[in-house]
Design a protein around this ligand. Structure first.
Ligand SMILES: Nc1ncnc2c1ncn2[C@@H]1O[C@H](COP(=O)(O)OP(=O)(O)OP(=O)(O)O)[C@@H](O)[C@H]1O
Length: 264
């Protein structure tokens, strides 16, 4: 996927908001990219455009030679913070819901959904309903559902934002393993420096609104990464480097906290 000179401007009640300005970015197959930036800098807007849910005001997004103009679950699947599972359906049917809309037979749907549940360590929960599962387990189901369509790219918008630190970490480790083994191309929007460094091959730092690509940092450590990568010197150095970049992105002095949410 290549994002070429993309700008997005919103107009609401006579007010114009320039959300994104001249974004250029290429994603390589199998690559894991994290988007990091101050609150309101347009990360979700960019993800929405990548998924074809919104057309940029200027510029275009290409997959191969074709312009992304509308959603296509085989090209891009989303995972959001709130899981968005169907509470009245069991876990197996939740995973297969997209396949059902795509006209896949019941037998094939169940087989594919069961394989994904096995991969996510959830096989024994196939007959349960979302309300019987913890938040972390529900998010694993949401990832399985997204992968069921075998999308070229997985778009994750703060997928672990609602979970506690411990769950985020163990979930991060297991999902990261699955995505790496699948050679899945992923774009992750996150506010967490730790999450970006632990997961991504490349971290894109965006400036405050209008969001621009300010810098990018490569994380060389091979994926999937062991949890103790977080305790290494390399991790600490990457963390302080990104912290300072983020601080600069916000136009703050050296003592401000760039991770504090400040919606424009
Ligand atoms: N549909 C819309 N109409 C008008 N303004 C919008 C719309 N969607 C987003 N915006 C504005 O565009 C800017 C970018 O929003 P966006 O949600 O993409 O930022 P973000 O970086 O994902 O924020 P956060 O990190 O807080 O989730 C914000 O100022 C937001 O208020």
């Amino acid at each position: 996927m290549s994002i070429n000179d993309v700008s997005v401007t919103f107009t609401r009640a006579g007010t114009t908001v320039e959300a994104l300005k001249d974004i250029n970015l290429s994603l390589h197959e199998g690559e894991f990219v994290a988007l990091l930036g101050p609150s309101g800098c347009g990360k979700s807007t960019l993800l929405t455009c990548m998924g074809g849910l919104m057309t940029p005001t200027k510029g275009q997004i290409l997959v191969g030679d074709s312009v992304v103009k509308e959603p296509d679950p085989r090209r891009a699947a989303f995972v959001f913070q709130d899981y968005s599972l169907l509470p009245w359906k069991n876990i197996l049917d939740n995973v297969g819901v997209g396949l059902r809309f795509a006209g896949v037979s019941k037998q094939e749907r169940h087989q594919r959904s069961q394989e994904l549940l096995d991969m996510m360590g959830l096989s024994q929960w196939a007959d349960s309903h979302p309300g019987q599962l913890s938040g972390g387990m529900q998010q694993r189901v949401a990832v399985a559902r997204a992968l069921a369509m075998d999308p070229s790219i997985l778009l994750m918008d703060e997928p672990f934002g609602a979970l506690d630190e411990q769950t985020r970490r163990s979930l991060g480790e297991s999902i990261s393993t699955v995505l790496t083994e699948n050679k899945q191309t992923v774009v992750l929007v996150t506010h967490s420096l730790d999450e970006a460094i632990y997961w991504a091959d490349r971290v894109i730092v965006m400036s405050a609104r209008p969001g621009k690509v300010m810098a990018e940092v490569k994380i060389e450590q091979m994926r999937p990464r062991p949890l103790d990568f977080i305790a290494t010197e390399e991790f600490a150095q990457l963390r302080s480097r990104l912290f300072l970049m983020l601080n600069e992105a916000m136009g703050n002095g050296p003592h401000a906290n760039p991770l504090e949410k400040q919606r424009a």
